[in-house]
Design a protein around this ligand. Structure first.
Ligand code: MG
Length: 167
């Protein structure tokens, strides 16, 4: 088994993609952000190429584990199954909680320092679906505390993967 295969989990990939879809995010939304991040450096970059790299990122076991963990916490918070003080922090997307970003860094981490820069940028500018998730998460019965950072991190990781390809 190659190193690449050991780091990937094809079975869990389907579960993760479905879980993201259930939360309102398709991989195409993430590919669009990755494209917007890299098009200024790579004018010939295509949407399909970005989507391919998003899929590559989501194939990684470490990335899948971060996604599954974060989404589970968002869902449990919505269902009122978490105890205090965590429950209120997640439901209100409390700014000083910070663990949503820390978990997302596990995704970005796979692609080195360009990934961190890209993640910081999308976290600040909230492009595309991230802005939508951020707004949607403000509703009382909805928790996107982890999801928005996870989506930003996958986009940042994909953008970095693309950048490494052309380096
Ligand atoms: Mg967040």
């Amino acid at each position: 088994m190659s190193t690449e295969n050991r780091l990937n989990d094809i079975k869990k990939y389907e579960v993760v993609v479905k879980r993201l879809e259930d939360r309102g995010v398709i991989l195409e939304d993430i590919a669009q952000i990755a494209l917007d991040l890299q098009i200024k450096y790579l004018p010939n970059l295509t949407f399909e190429f970005c989507l391919e790299h998003v899929k590559k990122v989501v194939m990684k076991r470490e990335v899948q584990n971060a996604i599954l963990t974060g989404l589970e916490l968002d869902i449990l918070a919505e269902k009122g199954l978490l105890s205090e003080p965590l429950s209120t922090m997640l439901l209100s997307d409390y700014g000083l909680y910070g663990i949503d970003e820390v978990l997302a860094l596990a995704i970005v981490n796979v692609y080195g320092s360009i990934g961190f820069t890209n993640f910081g940028y999308v976290d600040k500018t909230k492009p595309g679906i991230i802005g939508k998730l951020d707004k949607e998460g403000k509703a009382k019965d909805r928790c996107n505390t982890f999801l928005d950072d996870i989506v930003g991190a996958i986009a940042a990781a994909a953008a970095s993967s693309i950048a490494h390809r052309f380096a």
